[in-house]
Design a protein around this ligand. Structure first.
Ligand code: BES
Ligand code: MN
Ligand code: MN
Length: 501
């Protein structure tokens, strides 16, 4: 294992530069104008997988963007880990809000990142995190230290709902067969407090259109008599949520799994500073569902948000117009056991019923996804936890996330395997926003931690015990962090020895 870590240390510059090269290709999956670049990115990923020692590397064509697969089978008797990630990125808009061009990566100093951060679209989500796995593999193969079989499936349509992935997985069940899926596409609590994501929210996403008259009208000549679709849409949307933050779509909460008091108490022990949260976002108050903490509001509770709303005149100056149409994109984040299709239907029915007589309403569903919860009592969770404890010096805290990775539930349903969400980003990395970045330290922590995961996973699977370090060492580390973060009561504990599992 020392050899692997030495290889990583020696190749820091190379590993960093290669990621910067990958970030230079604008693989925006949502915009057809970038289709050529998305393809180029797939080719680049395939090339780097081959160079890292991966065999059978294939760029699989789909109806949309390609899926890159590969494998390194060292011994059929050993367990197999399937690494999933995505090489596509979100659009960079609004480009004018970036301090540096989104596809010309730079490393800059920034709060919370001791070694600076890489600024570029996709730096954290997910090129940087996906590439950690490629570099970890390289370090393992070059030092001849691969403790289990490793397969890769890196897709190019995650940010547009993974529309072609389900059929690909169904058709390639054998090629993708594995014991566990490993994904780095989530966050940790902070660089001092590691965590493992144990839940993801689901998603229902709709686009709505409200139409009034057959054409745009003079807002003086017709205004006051003819329905204004923008006014109506604003009314309809504002009625969707009550003052208490509850969603007012009938039957919306029917299937929501209420989390037990005990589990909620444990959840709220995780270090979280509301003052810091507000000051970092420059807001005076949060505004969520009554009766729940921010950590709960963003993980175990469903939400409804307008993602964009448009219509009428939005150019320079003033134009007096009564628009013929108004539009909005609305997302609903879902929790176990809400069904995205059912929720989309409930929304559609309710939204149509809300419309006053003077307008017509159209609801178009976009991609959705199921929520997921990953267990903490499995060998793979233990291996991930130990790997993080090894590199951070602290046992990671299990934490549910508010984001969505719909494919996780498909792995469970189709491949019948669990997923480990071993992410290394920070919530403040501005993914999907201008100035997305990924800490240099986070990138290398990921590369260093991943080989330990394989080692511990293979060892635990074969019934071995793992010893991380002396009890004294880890106790004093825990104390230090507790003091620094002022979370004396939190459950920041370390377990230096892993007893027989
Ligand atoms: N990596 C994110 C999901 C994520 C981010 C999970 C942070 C946990 C913490 C992923 O790329 C993403 O953006 N997913 C979309 C859903 C998808 C269907 C477009 C999302 O969550 O909005
Ligand atoms: Mn992602
Ligand atoms: Mn994303």
């Amino acid at each position: 294992m020392g050899e692997i870590q030495n290889y990583i240390k020696k190749n820091r510059k190379k590993f960093l530069n290669e990621l910067l090269d990958l970030l230079r290709i604008p693989s925006v999956s949502a915009d057809p104008a970038f289709a050529g670049d998305v393809k180029k990115t797939a080719q680049s990923v395939a090339k780097s997988l081959k160079a890292a020692g991966c065999k059978n590397v294939i760029i699989n064509k789909t109806k949309g963007h390609p899926i890159v697969t590969g494998e390194l089978i060292v011994n059929k008797k050993l367990p197999t880990v399937l690494v999933y990630g995505h090489y596509d990125v979100q659009p960079a808009d609004p480009i004018e809000l970036w301090d540096n061009p989104p596809f010309e990566p730079v490393i800059k100093k920034v709060k919370g990142h001791k070694e600076g951060a890489i600024f570029a679209r996709g730096a954290c989500d997910d090129k940087g995190q996906m590439y950690m796995h490629v570099k970890a593999l390289e370090a393992m193969t070059k030092t001849k230290n691969v403790p289990c079989n490793i397969k890769f499936m890196i897709e190019g349509e995650e940010e547009v709902g993974s529309v072609n992935l389900e059929s690909f997985i169904r058709k390639n069940k054998k090629t993708l067969a594995c014991d566990v899926v490993l994904v780095s596409d989530t966050s940790i609590i902070s660089n001092e407090v590691p965590s493992i994501t144990t839940g993801l929210r689901g998603l229902s996403y709709v686009e709505v259109e409200v139409s009034g008259a057959n054409r745009d009208l003079h807002s003086g000549v017709y205004g006051g008599a003819v329905a204004n679709p923008l006014n109506v849409l604003a009314d309809m949307i504002s009625s969707l949520k009550g003052k208490n933050g509850k969603i007012r779509i009938p039957n919306f909460y029917d299937d929501v799994l209420e989390v037990s008091k005990k589990e909620r108490a444990a959840m709220n022990k995780a270090p979280f500073d509301i003052k810091e949260y507000k000051s970092e976002l420059k807001i005076n108050a949060t505004m969520g569902e009554k009766g729940y903490t921010v950590l709960e509001q963003t993980s175990i509770r469903p939400t409804l948000d307008v993602n964009g709303m448009w219509g009428g005149y939005i150019g320079e100056g003033a134009k007096t117009v009564l628009p013929a149409k108004a539009f909005a994109k609305i997302s609903m984040r879902l929790v176990p056991h809400q069904d995205p299709n059912k929720i989309t239907k409930l929304f559609s029915k309710h939204f149509n019923a809300l419309a006053p007589k003077g307008v017509r309403v159209k609801v178009t569903p976009h991609h959705g996804g199921e929520p997921a919860v990953t267990p903490t009592d499995t060998l793979e969770y233990k291996a991930a936890s130990l790997a993080m404890e090894k590199t951070y010096g602290l046992e990671p805290i299990p934490q549910r996330s508010g984001g969505s990775i719909p494919i996780v539930s498909l792995f469970e349903n189709i491949l019948k395997v669990k997923t480990v969400l071993l992410g290394f980003g920070l919530n403040t990395d501005d993914i999907h926003s201008p100035n997305e970045h990924f800490g240099v330290e986070n990138y290398f922590k990921g590369i260093s931690t991943i080989p330990y995961f394989y080692e511990y996973y293979a060892a635990l699977k074969s019934g071995k015990k793992i010893r991380l370090g002396s009890e004294k060492e880890t106790k004093s580390k825990t104390k230090k962090v507790q003091k620094k973060l002022n979370v004396a009561k939190s459950k920041l504990t370390t377990k230096p020895f892993v007893k027989k599992l």
